[in-house]
Write a protein that binds this ligand. Structure first.
Ligand SMILES: Nc1nc2c(ncn2[C@@H]2O[C@H](COP(=O)(O)OP(=O)(O)OP(=O)(O)O)[C@@H](O)[C@H]2O)c(=O)[nH]1
Ligand SMILES: [Mg+2]
Length: 332
């Protein structure tokens, strides 16, 4: 087990911008050990007043769309042209299979990973989406407290991880390839609906023509969605990480979004709603864990679930029976 520090040591380390202490604090919030959770809560309590001052950007897209290459180019652009301090986090629950992670391939972020004003942290491995989402959300706050003012949260374009990331960022950027077909890209309508901007990647060389027509198509597709409560109409832009084009347009859209939503109050309202979401989400998860961990449920689950599977007992009756027994044991 890695060395543990006092809550003050973690908090002071993070607040002074010490990267090693930031990494240690993130390792701490990733831990599921009860004693670590308690320590993490104390650390979070101390850093929370210093968090929140960043723009949180979710970045998604199917494997191979060019996320890593884009983050490398866009990140370097933000450091060089806008003097930003950038943290890159990831939500990739699939990485538990390989033990790797989507940010594991630092080869595509070679120059960014050596920049003093950039901090890259791979997704926690070996955990459930719920676990990874919780620790990433806490990591965002830690990075903000450490002085990073732009936070990227990368995720892959499959499964539930998009929804989780959407609930922890201010702006959601969807990367898409021209001409790959929506099915091929695994992009569901729901994901397009979440996007505040779509950037069509690899708009260079022979792809450029196709990318330009895809831009028009996606823009008119997005117009079919009703305007959301943010008052923002999503933009579709072109970019090439190779040629470093379109990066200022993407940043321009993000700045415009932030200005609009700060002005109309949506920016803060959304963050408040997200806080409430994570509160409820955490309670739901904890209740479920407590339920399944309780001796009475562990004891009766095998037989009762078999009854339900075989159709001899209704799932609803079985659920209330088990809930009643568990609460009878003082679980709730
Ligand atoms: N032509 C062109 N190719 C690009 C561009 N950006 C990335 N690529 C290529 O596309 C391939 C995939 O890029 P990655 O950045 O690894 O894509 P990714 O979305 O991170 O992929 P996963 O990590 O597997 O999810 C690589 O071979 C890149 O060299 C670009 O701007 N133009
Ligand atoms: Mg990648």
């Amino acid at each position: 087990m890695p060395k543990r520090f006092s809550p003050q040591e973690y908090a002071q380390g993070v607040l002074s911008g010490n990267r090693i202490m930031l990494s240690r604090a993130i390792t701490l919030v990733e831990s599921t050990l009860p004693s670590d959770r308690e320590l993490a809560h104390q650390v979070m309590e101390q850093v929370l007043p210093h968090a929140g001052k960043s723009v949180r950007i979710g970045i998604t897209g199917v494997p191979g769309v060019g996320k890593s290459t884009f983050i490398e180019a866009f990140g370097n652009y933000l450091l060089a042209q806008h003097g930003k301090r950038l943290a890159v986090l990831a939500v990739d629950p699939t990485s538990q299979r390989t033990g790797g992670s989507i940010l594991g391939d630092k080869t595509r972020m070679e120059t960014l990973s050596t920049q003093p004003n950039a901090y890259i942290r791979p997704s926690a491995a070996g955990k459930t989406l719920g676990g990874v989402a919780r620790s990433t959300r806490e990591s965002i706050l830690l990075c903000e407290a450490a002085g990073f003012d732009v936070i990227f949260v990368e995720t892959v374009g499959v499964g539930q991880s998009e929804t989780a990331v959407h609930e922890m960022v201010d702006f959601f950027l969807l990367l898409m390839l021209a001409g790959a077909g929506d099915e091929l890209q695994g992009i569901k309508k729901g994901i397009m609906e979440m996007a505040d901007a779509i950037a069509i990647t690899k708009a260079d060389g022979q792809n450029l023509h196709q990318a330009t027509s895809a831009q028009a198509e996606y823009q008119s597709a997005l117009h079919l969605f009703p305007l959301g409560p943010s008052g923002w109409s999503p933009k579709v832009t072109l970019c090439s990480a190779y040629e470093r084009t379109g990066l200022s347009t993407v940043w321009g859209a993000i700045e415009e979004y932030v200005a609009l939503t700060r002005q109309n109050g949506y920016f803060y309202r959304r963050r408040q709603e997200q806080n409430l979401h994570w509160l409820k989400q955490t309670i739901r998860q904890s209740l479920e864990e407590m339920f399944y961990q309780s001796p009475v449920v562990k004891d009766q689950w095998p037989a009762l679930s078999q009854e339900v599977i075989a159709g001899r007992k209704s799932p609803f009756a079985a659920a209330s029976e088990l809930l009643a027994r568990a609460s009878g044991q003082g679980l709730f």
